[in-house]
Ligand binder design. Sequence first.
Ligand code: SF4
Length: 479
Amino acid sequence: MSLKDSHPRSVPEDTARIAKAIFNKGHRYLLLRDTFGDFFDSDDFRTLFHVEGRPAVDPAQLALITLVQFAENLSDERAADAVRARIDLKYLLALPLDHPGFDASVLSEFRTRLMNGHGEQLLFERLLERFRAQQLLRARGRQRTDSTHVLAAVRALNRVSLVSETFRHALNVLAIAAPDWLVEHTQKEWVQRYASHFDLQVEVAEGWQTRREALLVQVGADGHQLLTDVLAQDAPPWLREVPAISVLWKVWLQNFTPTEAGRLRWRTGDEIPPSADFVSSPYDVDARYSKKRSTSWVGYKVHLTEMCDDDLPLLITNVETSPATTQDVDVLEDVHDHLAARVLLPESHLVNLGYLSTGLLVSEQKAHQLKLIGPARSDERWQARAGKGCAAEHFKIDWEAQTLTCPAGQVSASWTDALDARQRAVVKIKFSSTQCKNCALKVDCTTAARRTVTIQEKERHLAVLAWRSWAQTQEFAAL
Ligand code: SF4
């Protein structure tokens, strides 16, 4: 499909007159058209189309309808009907009253074209440009970020259904990619066994444990047989490159393990890979299982950043998508890098505790001169929770002399630079057994022979203290 030359559109006179008369108290789509004109330009999408071919429906209009679909939760069919029938949409799209609209299928074709051409960000970036031109965006203001779950467009499968569905998927793909080879290597029972989805609810209804174990042994052996045939010397080498075969291989490795007798055994407990690595569906191998409080899902996480200055609209400035298992704290640097690339970094960035670490407090201040604002992470060690005056904060640090004075007035015996489990620089400060042995505070201070206090290196330690103390202020509470 090709693209026609683009021209700025103006709302046809009849459309404008009737729309203004009907919506004489104003309407959001009329306001959008009057403020922003053509949101998108057909030239924005030129690289996604061929130079020759049947002229496509104007992608600038389809992009705008895509936004309307999102705002109103409209299916493609309903969106196409709405464009045909609604005067507010005719005004927004600058269409004449008698415009017949378009077929609903062009919307999904447009989305596919965007995805195939890696143009997913295009709509968002163009919107930001329009908002910036209207001075609705502000760099160095206040923004906030939070995440929510995104469901993968796949059925959530338990592990038994997962392996059987993965095998079924591999057979279906081979039936198209290598039908003759598959006929030669199919066992006739497979047709019956994998003709439809496994439904474990049905499978487990009676005598489920025995049936389940027999089923797993059978499915494991079937997958093993198919993989063996694919890897055989006389098999076409390209079969190994078929994605459904790679997925089958991975799912089998993750769910079965060989026994000494040369058979496959179902993995259990710690033998199962962690969620971050575990394939949850053969139809979306990047989707991951995750759980946050009472919500569990298979899919992804989206981290949305929006402006929250009091005098401007709440406009989204960045969208970051991560696997469902990614910790919030691990995406914040990417969020800031992408905001910096758009010259949209805030001065204050409000986040919840999941996004915060003392390392980020320091590094992001240095890298982007921005202040992270969020609840302070409290000291969770038992001495702090006991509240008897023996938490790390009750020890006085002398950074110059590299000593710590404890609540009993003793000065530490050693000071050693080290790395913690996450490879962050820390200092381990120890008192001697002689000092602690007969101390009246020992019961509240340590259960070992002597107290060891671990603190972060100076810059991060001071940042934590400042953060905790600021989190007690009225200014913080107001924010
Ligand atoms: S137990 Fe050791 S470190 Fe703790 S207060 Fe007593 S002397 Fe100080």
